[in-house]
Ligand binder design. Sequence first.
Ligand code: AP5
Length: 210
Amino acid sequence: MNIVILLGAPGSGKGTVAGNLASGNSDLKHVSSGDLLRGAVAKGTPAGVEAKGYMESGKLVPDSLIAQMIKDVVAETTGDVTMLLDGFPRNLAQAKILEEMGAPVTSAVLIDVPDEIIQDRIAGRRTCPKCKAGYHVKNLPPKVDGICDNCGAELTIRKDDNPDTVKDRLAVYHSETEPLIAFYREKGQLKTVAGTDPIETVAKNFLAVM
Ligand code: AP5
């Protein structure tokens, strides 16, 4: 197993690219820290109960809480597979935790999107609560308005996707997550793709550099 980290602002397309690449490709495994946390919130586990308030206000959950979930997924992933790790690490402390775990990180790919585009991306996002597929009302619409193409469930809007919380999430990204760009550049592991191209192009370029 090896790990490719996806870096990028909220709404930059990390989940879309990882989902696109991993779908139908058993060599790739998409692991999203946000999906793990939303799953825990939906189930009402102790970790989910603790995480809920942080997530709804756009703050990072405590490092130890999300690190334990990632450790569990890394431990259960074996064989010749590449993990596309989306949303973790989110700050330097989490990057150090990943190193201490001995996680075999081979590269960190930044999906680069300017802040001006982020609000539109997130305002139009629709998510399937059942199979986790992601859509956009203009850029990636489902075949039937409001219904997931894959499983027929009704699409939802994430609670943290309102404009005020998005501003806070972007601020957290710039202050806490952006330092990871220099961290992985210094290790010689940073790659960058433009996230403003069409989705298929971003996915193709991501696969080429990762
Ligand atoms: P998380 O779920 O990780 O959210 P995020 O990083 O804010 O990222 P998003 O899921 O919002 O965006 P994305 O980059 O995946 O974009 P997407 O592909 O959907 O985290 C949520 C919360 O959980 C955090 O705020 C925090 O509280 C907590 N959390 C998670 N991890 C944590 C950690 N490690 N530590 C502490 N707390 C943590 O795309 C967005 C939209 O744009 C979609 O509609 C899509 O269709 C569209 N789109 C995508 N690409 C393109 C394109 N190329 N062209 C046009 N449209 C596009």
